[in-house]
Design a protein around this ligand. Structure first.
Ligand SMILES: Cc1cc2nc3c(=O)[nH]c(=O)nc-3n(C[C@H](O)[C@H](O)[C@H](O)COP(=O)(O)O)c2cc1C
Length: 318
């Protein structure tokens, strides 16, 4: 079973990806969090740093674009091609209200004709192969056959389906049967995404393994960075390796020039997920999330790991 690491804005930075690959690996590729260029194709220096080849040497990275017009897509795709990339991913899934209001991300699904026109142009002009990461509709997964009809006109390198409509945000039940039904109509490899949190949430994975080209892991792999390895039959996460991974991340953020406060803020975003490996540690968790000073934070992390409450079998749940 092929696995990939989902784009996770604010979480799966180049620093995170590099260390995840070094400590755990198990995924074929990592998707970079979205780049959101303006109309002229300009975008933030931090997003550029995130996809620079020298910062992504040991992994296979697929950059992602959040755009709804061809010009900025083509402009950034040319730049990516010059950097040596061969594939770019289009984000048709972001559910955030501000993004959707601009008809970007999942908001592109509000206007199927506009989506079609945009795809028509980017597929005819892109120097790179294009994959799409999509929701199954705005309000309901029943919208998907119409959307798929549009995608089918184009030579996607692959389609990644997050098996929810935008209205479900990250919470509603994933619609496995809509995903399976969609597969028949897809001429390209189709990857599944949504709620793979543990080997048993892959009760559905049995079904998916036989049907999907691969599984994209998001929150489940952030909560348990050994999840890819585990899904491939390897050993469960150990507290010591999680601690070593955490410490390496903290050092790497500081070395990259983050202030201690900014590095702690990055790591707290991870703890939102990783604390699921420490059931029944409310007091330690609270202390960790409250810590602002570097020394307090380090003490809180030590207290968490020495509290004896790490559980390899405890997984992310929402
Ligand atoms: C904090 C956060 C950041 C995300 N950033 C991105 C992003 O940059 N691009 C994208 O396509 N999806 C993004 N997603 C969506 C994930 O890639 C994934 O589709 C979603 O979390 C569902 O998969 P999961 O249930 O395995 O987490 C993000 C999700 C979260 C929770």
């Amino acid at each position: 079973m092929k696995l990939s690491f989902a784009p996770m804005e604010g979480i799966s930075t180049y620093i995170y990806r590099r260390l995840h690959a070094r400590f755990f690996g198990g995924v074929e590729e990592y998707y970079a969090p979205f780049i959101a260029p303006d109309g002229k194709g300009n975008y933030k220096a931090s997003a550029r740093r995130d996809i620079l080849p020298e910062n992504n040497r040991d992994i296979r990275l697929i950059p992602q674009l959040l755009v709804n017009r061809p010009e900025p897509f083509i402009s950034v795709a040319r730049e990516l091609a010059a950097m040596g990339y061969s594939e770019v991913n289009l984000n048709v899934g972001c559910p955030s209200a501000t993004v959707v209001a601009k008809h970007k991300g999942a908001g592109m699904l509000m206007d199927p004709e506009g989506l079609d026109a945009c795809l028509n142009e980017i597929f005819s002009r892109s120097p790179l192969r294009i994959s799409i990461k999509t929701r199954m509709g705005m309000e309901s997964t029943e919208e998907f056959p119409r959307i798929l009809e549009i995608y089918r006109k184009y030579p996607l390198s692959r389609l990644i389906i997050h098996a929810r409509a935008r209205s479900g945000m990250y919470k509603s039940a994933v619609d496995i049967s809509a995903f399976i039904s969609a597969l028949d109509g897809c001429p390209w490899p189709v990857w599944y995404n949504g709620d793979i949190f543990s080997p048993s949430s892959s009760g559905m994975a049995g079904l998916l393994r036989d049907n999907a080209a691969g599984l994209m892991l998001g929150r489940g792999a952030v909560a348990d960075p050994a999840l890819p390895r585990l899904l491939k039959g390897g050993p469960a996460l150990e507290a010591e390796e999680l601690k070593a991974f955490h410490d390496a991340l903290l050092s790497a953020y500081l070395e990259a020039g983050y202030s201690p406060g900014a590095a702690i803020a990055r790591l707290k975003e991870l703890w939102f997920y990783m604390l699921h490996k420490f059931p029944d540690s409310r007091r330690e968790s609270k202390q960790l999330l409250k810590a602002r000073e570097f020394e307090d934070y380090k003490a809180a992390v030590s207290a968490l790991f020495s509290g004896g409450k790490f559980s390899p079998e405890s997984y992310f749940s929402q």
